[in-house]
Structure formats: C-alpha cells, structure tokens
Design a protein around this ligand. Structure first.
Ligand code: UDP
Length: 336
C-alpha cells in the first residue's frame, strides 16, 4: 500500500488494456488518475473512485496541470490507435495519435519532472521475424504503420531517457485477450477483429461464423499460431515494471509480454467450443494481408527482470473470462 499522496497517470485508462491496468494499480494500493478522450474508451470502465480527466494526451496544458495536481510520479501510456489494417489505410492517423501525440506527452512529463514512463509497445514492431521464439534482440522491422508508430515511440523514449532524468519500460505485447476474472472490465469496443473476441461473439450468436484466415501456413495444422496473453497478467506486469523503474531509476526495461507458447487458430476455436459447449461455425477463408505464420515470445527477459509469474495462462481461462465478459455485454452492461 502506498501511503504518500502521489498518483499514477494512466492514459487510455477507459480502454481495454488501460482499464485493466487501473484495476491492477488500485488492487496494489496505488492512487490513479486517468486521462482519456473517450473516442474508443468508456467512462463507465473507470472505477468511481478514480479521477477521470476527459481530454487529449497532446493537450499539454491539461496534461501538465493534471500531472501537477495529482502529484504524478509515473505515467502508464496506453492511449492510442490499435487497428493494424486501419493503420495501412490511414497512416497519418497512426503517426499522429501514436507517435506525434506521444511526443507531446513525453515532453509534458519532462517539463513537469515525472521520473518514470511505462509504454504499451507491441510485437508488431518485429514485423515478420525470421526466428521463433522472438527475443527482445530480434531486429525490429515493422511491416505496417501501426508497428512503426510504436517503434518510433520506443526510440523517442530511449533518447529522452539519456537526455533527461526519466527512465522507461517498453512492454512489447503479444496477443492480448480475456477479461478481468472478477468481471470488472473486458473488451467492449464494437467491431472486434481479434480472434478470441470474434469467436466468443460467434458462440453467443452475435455473428454466424468465424473465418479462418489461411490454412496453408507453415505451422503444424496450417493455421496461424499466436502467443495469447491474459489481459490481467499483462496488467500485473505493468505494476511490477513500475516498481522496477522506481527501484532502479537509472535503468530502462524493454520486455516481451507473452507466455512463450503458441496456439493455432484451430486450437483456439476448439477451446472456445469446449468452454461454451457450442460448436462455432468455421469457414475457411484466404489469408489476411501481412499475417505472419507464427508469433511466439521468448519471455525469459521478463521472467528474469520482474517477479512476474503468470496466473491465468491456461487458454481455457482466457476464453472463459472473455466469454463471461461477452455475456455481461449481452445482458445490458452500461456499454450497451
Ligand atoms: N484470425 C482468424 N480469424 C479471425 C481473426 C483472426 O483466423 O476472425 C487469425 C489471424 O489470421 C491470426 C490469429 O487469428 O493468425 C490472430 O489474429 P488476431 O487478429 O487476433 O491478432 P493479430 O495476431 O493479427 O494481432
């Protein structure tokens, strides 16, 4: 339990991953303030006892006032745009929302003297790597503007941490899925494209089938393999990363976030069938542009750097929590 009056600023705290980080911080005893422009997030996703500042991370007056008023000692930065195909059709949105606005946010942090910064990076910064599992030294060669916009922020943070008294942690997420096991938050944005969300929607009759995007990959069953990580394990990693940055203010951290194992699309759909007791209809479809065959993390760095031990790393648990949240949305949760 933190007994001083400092806070952690969570940008994008009304969104999917950010709202889980808010819960994890609160559960660990931190004071939290959220800034979110609510374009994709929901005010109801922020707990009532957490201050919600509605606004933009690039509004430097607002951000700096918030940093000062709430005695912010660290920023967890989730706000941004996250849809890969959209980044291809509208790259300037991604370089604007993810790179340029983050530059302004970092500048505010430096001006006010916030010493720690935790950044949501992504395995998409690796592009289509020639090795598996993927460790942090794997060359970062993104194949879409989304990955590039996040890589640019990693570079900014590295340079800023040399020039100013700020250390940072970049967490490179693999495939994030699931929902808070206590049912307090989950993935709520409409128009989902991610496999587990799509599959539980299909199981609940919200769509009539799941497309399998490619069956001719060089993988054991021909479908794409991904390293799915439970959103609450990911949120826990953020709290531990924060504590590591505070303990070692001169060190930066760059860590993959995954479980170091992969499941194919067919294995995920089978798990959904088992958990729901419903057989979702599958339709074989063509590969999606830019989909690598397999993305599996080497997670030895995070296991060595942080006292992080995954608590929800069974695929069935990820699916069950995603399903429970989806049911809640169907039953008229405030998001409806
Ligand atoms: N996928 C699929 N059908 C869908 C959504 C995804 O077959 O409706 C596949 C996709 O081709 C990839 C894996 O599931 O192999 C994970 O895709 P997702 O969009 O969830 O995450 P990504 O890895 O693209 O970030």
């Amino acid at each position: 339990m933190k007994i001083d009056d400092s806070s952690i600023l969570v940008t994008g705290g009304a969104g999917y991953i950010g709202s889980h980080a808010v819960l994890a911080l609160k559960d660990a005893g931190y004071r939290v303030v959220v800034i979110d422009n609510l374009t994709t997030g929901f005010a109801w996703a922020v707990p009532e006892d957490v201050a919600l500042v509605q606004g933009d991370i690039a509004d430097q007056n607002l951000v700096e006032q918030t940093l000062r008023e709430h005695h912010v000692r660290a920023i967890m930065h989730f706000a941004g745009s996250v849809v890969v195909p959209e980044s291809v059709s509208d790259p300037l949105k991604y370089y604007g929302n993810n790179s340029a606005k983050t530059r302004d946010l970092i500048e505010s942090a430096v001006r006010v003297g916030v010493p720690h910064f935790i950044f949501s990076s992504t395995a998409a910064t690796y592009g289509v790597p020639d090795r598996s599992p993927i460790d942090e030294a794997t060359p970062q060669l993104p194949i879409n503007p989304y990955g590039m916009s996040k890589l640019m922020t990693e570079h900014m943070l590295r340079d800023v941490s040399i020039a100013h008294p700020l250390n940072f942690c970049a967490l490179r997420y693999f495939n994030v899925a699931g929902a808070d096991p206590l049912g307090r938050s989950g993935q709520s944005t409409a128009g989902a494209t991610h496999l587990i969300k799509v599959a539980v929607e299909a199981a609940l009759g919200k769509r009539d089938h799941v497309g399998i995007f490619g069956t001719d990959f060089d993988t054991p069953d021909g479908t794409g393999v991904r390293d799915y990580i439970h959103v609450s394990d990911l949120a826990a990693a953020h709290v531990l990363a924060l504590e590591a940055l505070i303990a070692q203010p001169r060190s930066n951290l760059v860590l993959n976030c995954g479980y170091g194992r992969g499941f194919s699309v067919l294995e995920v759909l089978d798990a959904v069938d088992r958990v729901t007791n419903i057989k979702v209809e599958r339709r074989l479809e063509k590969r999606r542009a830019g989909d690598p065959a397999s993305l599996i993390s080497d997670n030895s760095a995070i296991l060595a750097a942080l006292p992080w031990r995954p608590a929800y790393d069974e695929l069935s648990q990820i699916v069950a929590d995603a399903l429970a949240w989806e049911r809640k949305l169907s039953d008229g949760h405030p998001s409806k």
